[in-house]
Design a protein around this ligand. Structure first.
Ligand SMILES: [Zn+2]
Length: 399
């Protein structure tokens, strides 16, 4: 008897297809969890060695899904959702909160939000001092307090993973290039990545707004809402990708596709993909305003990317190791390595005749859809709720 066969496990996930792009794994495997940590991944683990067994046959077993852009400052901002609603109860183990909190409101995250959530939260700090407690969040330069932002980042160093700014009306109209410039300086001074929102949902900025801001970004910074159809997005008036975006990608800037209520167009996606630009991360931008309208869950957005031509493995990479890298946590999240925190998502890939809708109301038919089945967070098991639609998790079936 060798060492591994004499081991015991708190949890055994049996017979699923493990898709872990960071580990180069796409095969049927058993996964053993002990003390909240991945203890073993093997072709067969003796069921007698486990106190609890989950049958994952015909299911996908993937590293815990990471939503790289959502809003979970529930009770502090009007857009904030309860983290577990779109987290462990929806197949997602970790959420990047994209700037819900600013310097004046951040303390509520570690004091009230994080202790009440099973889902891990990786906040980015908004440059606007109130974060998204007020929208518009920046109307003049006095709404940004550089020193207070840096002091909050220093005080909450272990809880802040980046800095966020939105290039939108009226902020960009009031501050112009000072808006991304001050934001970039705060991020650089703090040694954190800067996440820049493009796409002005108010429709009042020129399409070139924010184009020059791309030149300020460097390796590790993030552009979010890549597929927005709004002015200030990635395309010029002729539908050509701004050269500044191409250059940013060449420098190592990461591209996120936060869907949201108003920033995702199949048509824009097609044009950008046809020009050879590939996003790094899939995210929802789920917020109270969009939950029951356009975007429903991370698995729902993943389904859209399958339909756009990405492979299952690419979609999983874009919701595991890539967002982990964007948030600087790839050393501990985003892959199922032995000894790592046991964050695991079990998914079903359903077949049917589905209808997908983007933020412009455009429709696409799809034959496959991801559905969450079970979430494991630090070894603890969570069952997804009924789902965001009256009939559950699936997109609408045509037939
Ligand atoms: Zn957002």
């Amino acid at each position: 008897m060798n060492d591994s066969s004499s081991e015991s496990y708190d949890l055994l996930i049996r017979g699923g297809t493990v898709v872990d792009p960071a580990a180069g794994l796409d095969a049927v495997r058993d996964v053993g969890v002990r003390d909240g940590v991945i203890a073993r991944i093997d072709t067969r683990i003796d069921p007698a060695s486990a106190s609890r067994i989950i049958d994952a046959e015909d299911r996908l077993v993937v590293p815990g899904l990471i939503d790289g852009h959502a809003h979970v400052m529930d009770g502090v901002t009007p857009v904030g959702l309860r983290p577990d609603l779109i987290g462990v109860e929806a197949g997602v183990t970790t959420i990047v909160d994209a700037g819900s909190a600013g310097a004046s409101t951040f303390a509520a995250f570690p004091r009230y939000i994080m202790p009440n959530a099973k889902t891990e939260i990786l906040p980015f700090l908004h440059v606007g001092r109130t974060g998204l407690a007020t929208i518009p969040e920046v109307e003049s330069e006095s709404d940004i307090d550089r020193e207070a932002s840096l002091a909050v980042i220093e005080r909450h160093r272990q809880h802040i993973y980046g800095v966020k700014v939105r290039i939108v009306w009226p902020s960009f109209e009031a501050l112009g290039m000072d808006l991304p410039r001050i934001s970039r300086d705060i991020a650089r001074e703090a040694g954190l990545p800067l996440m820049v929102h493009i796409g002005d949902t108010a429709g009042r900025l020129q399409s070139s707004a924010g184009r020059d801001a791309l030149e300020l970004l460097d390796r590790g910074d993030i552009v979010t809402h890549l597929f927005t159809h709004h002015a200030g997005g990635a395309l010029d008036e002729d539908g050509t990708v701004w050269p500044q975006l191409r250059d940013a990608v060449d420098r190592g800037v990461m591209l996120d596709t936060a869907h949201g209520k108003g920033n995702f167009s199949f048509e824009v996606a097609r044009r950008i993909l046809d020009q050879g630009i590939r996003p790094d991360c899939i995210s929802t931008d789920l917020a109270a305003a969009g939950l029951q309208e356009v975007v429903f869950s991370l698995t729902d957005v993943m389904t859209r990317f399958l339909r756009l031509g990405f492979s299952v493995s690419e979609v999983i990479a874009m919701t595991t190791i890539k967002p982990a890298t964007a948030a600087g946590v790839e050393h501990r999240l985003g892959t199922l390595g032995i000894g790592r925190q046991a964050d695991i998502s079990i998914l079903d890939l359903r077949h049917g005749d589905f209808e997908l809708e983007d933020a412009t109301g455009a429709l696409l038919r799809a034959e496959q859809a991801f559905v969450p089945v079970l979430t494991v967070k630090r070894g603890e098991i969570f069952t997804p709720g009924w789902g965001p639609r009256p009939w559950g998790w699936e997109p609408r079936r045509i037939a």
